[in-house]
Design a protein around this ligand. Sequence first.
Ligand code: NAD
Ligand code: DAU
Length: 343
Amino acid sequence: MKRLLVTGGAGFIGSNFTRYMLQTYDDLQLVVYDKLTYAGRLENLQDVARDFAGRYAFVQGDIADQALVAQTTRSHAIDTIVNFAAETHVDRSILDPDAFIRTSCLGTYALLEVARAQGLRFHHISTDEVYGFVREGASVEADPLAPRSPYAASKASADLLTLAYHVTYGLPVTITRGANNIGPYQYPEKVVPLFVTNALDNVPLPVYGDGMQMRDYQYVIDHCEGVDAVLRKGQLGEVYNIGTGHELPNLEMVEIILSRLGKPRSLIHFVEDRAGHDRRYSLNVDKIRALGWQPRHTCQAAIALTVDWYAANDWWWRPIKAGEFREYYARQYGQRAVLGVGQ
Ligand code: NAD
Ligand code: DAU
C-alpha cells in the first residue's frame, strides 16, 4: 500500500482518512477521487492540499465513470482503492433513492471492474446498517444482511458485489462495516452536527419518535485507524466491524450536547418518526480487536469532542446551513408534526 486512491475523499470520513493516512505514512502517495456532490467539499481538504502538496492529488469524477477511474488509477500508478464514495443520508434515501442505487451499486461495480482489470487491492467502506434492526445481542460479520432502508440496501448490494469479486475472480478485497461516525467536517444533516449547530443557534432539535433508538457513536479517527489496520493486517475476502462496541439512546446523546453547550431541554422537539426507523444497531468488534486495533474514545467522549469542534468552527458549517441545506431542511422537517417538547 504505497499509492492509494480514496474515492469519496472530499466527504466527512474520507477527508479525515486522507489526512490521517498522509500524516501517518511518510512514503504514501494519495489521490482523492470525488464527484463533489453537496456532501463533498474541498474545504474539508484545504489543509491537506497545503501540507501534503507533493504527495496528494485531487481528481473530480463519478465512481460510476469507469473510463475516468481507469485512467486515473493508471496515470497515478495506484495499487489500492479505498471506496468511501456513496450517498450517505438515510433520510434523503427515503425522499429520493435514485442516486443511492447509482453510486453504491453501479459505482462500486465500476470500481471493481477497474480493480480486476489492473490487479488492484480493493477495500470497501460499509456500514452497520446492512445488518438491519438488531433486536438483541450484537451483529457479527457472518450474520445475514437484512437492510431496511434504500440507503442500507444500496450499501448491502455493494458489499455483496465486493465479496462476489473475491470469490469469482480472486480479487484481493476487504470490507469494514462501521457504526455511526462523528467528528470534524460531518455535513450537518447528520444528527450530531445538526443538533449541535441548531443548539448553538437556539433552534429546536427534531428528535425522531421517542428518542430511544440506540446508536454507537464512534469518533471518526478511531474508524480511520480501524480501516488502516484492516488494510495492513486484514485477511483478504474478510469483513470487519468497527465501532466502540457500546451503544446509547439518542436522548442521552442529546443530553450530552445540551449540557456541554449550557442549553435548555426545551430545545428538544419530539417529531414524527423516520419511516422504517431501525431502533437499534449493535456491533460485536472482537474480530478487528484481534488485529490489535481498539477504539480510543467512548461514545460520550466522541460526542463531547464533536460539540467542541462545531462550537469552534462555524466558518465551516455556517455557509453550508445557509445554502442548499435550507431547502433540504424545509423539505425534510417542514411537514413533520411536533409531538412534544422537552421539559
Ligand atoms: P459523506 O456524505 O460525507 O461523503 C460522501 C462522499 O462521496 C462525498 O464527498 C461525495 O461527493 C462523494 N460521492 C458521492 N457520490 C459519488 C460518486 N458517484 N462518485 C464519486 N464520489 C461520490 O459520507 P461519509 O459519512 O463520509 O461516509 C463515507 C462512507 O462511509 C460511505 O460509504 C458511508 O456509507 C460509510 N459509512 C458512513 C458512516 C457514518 O456514520 N457517516 C458509518 C459507516 C459507514
Ligand atoms: O450506522 C451507520 C450509519 O450512520 C451510516 O451508514 C450512515 O451513512 C449515517 O448517516 C448514519 O446513519 P443514521 O441514520 O444512524 O444517522 P443519522 O445521523 O441520520 O441519525 C442518527 C440517529 O438520530 C437515528 O436514530 C435517527 C435520529 N435522528 C436523526 C436526524 C437526522 C433524529 O432523531 N433526528 C434527526 O433530525
